[in-house]
Design a protein around this ligand. Structure first.
Ligand code: ZN
Length: 204
């Protein structure tokens, strides 16, 4: 078991250093010491349910709290609510930032995942794998793109500092799948943009 001194020295050599004060909180290092800054991603609902949660985070040395109000095509909290909770978090001495999941989480079936409300399913058309099977969750179709652009514009009004667009830019149901959408709309767009004829589709 390495001593704390050895541990700190080793992690500093590795590129980051956690500095501890007598109460065990993470604190900023100065000079040439790199520091580790803690962020927490917490839902507004969790903050509502546990009035002590923000104090616990601040006490643990968290410097920035990320909440989410829009993801997978639907609003889970209004802008007014975000502003209210931002103020609450900032009063606890932490910064605020926003996360969205713009293109949805992948699913592996042609039925819509339970986290997608009916309205999103109408606008967010299913994607298509190279073998023709359809899937919901990750969508690059026009409706989804427009909805996400509008959402980011609205979120920007809360002055979040940073808006983190969560993963799923891979545009495939899984890492093992070839990414992209092979539906007739995207097939046509691909052929036209590269000057190929329809007859060339599928020839390799
Ligand atoms: Zn498509």
């Amino acid at each position: 078991m390495p001593s704390r001194r050895t541990f700190i020295k080793t992690t500093a050599a590795g590129g980051t250093c956690l500095l501890l004060n007598p109460f065990g909180k993470a604190v900023s290092g100065g000079g040439s010491n790199p520091i580790r800054i803690y962020h927490a991603s917490i839902s507004i609902d969790a903050l509502k349910k546990d009035p002590d949660l923000a104090d616990i985070l601040a006490g643990a040395g968290v410097k920035c709290v990320w909440t989410a109000c829009f993801f997978q095509g639907s609003w889970h909290h209004t802008i007014e609510e975000v502003l209210e909770w931002n103020k609450f978090i900032e009063k606890k001495g932490m910064q605020v930032a926003q996360i969205t999941i713009p293109l949805g989480h992948p699913s592996f079936t042609s039925s819509a995942p339970d986290y997608m409300p009916p309205v999103a399913v109408d606008i967010w058309k299913p994607g298509m794998r190279p073998d023709g099977r359809t899937y919901y969750g990750v969508s690059l179709h026009e409706g989804a793109t427009r909805q996400n652009v509008e959402a980011v514009k609205k979120i920007k009004t809360t002055d979040p500092g940073i808006i983190f667009l969560d993963d799923d830019f891979r545009l495939a149901p899984s890492p093992a799948d070839i990414g992209g959408c092979f539906c007739p709309i995207h097939q046509k767009a691909f052929l036209e943009s590269h000057g190929y004829s329809e007859a060339q589709w599928g020839i390799c």
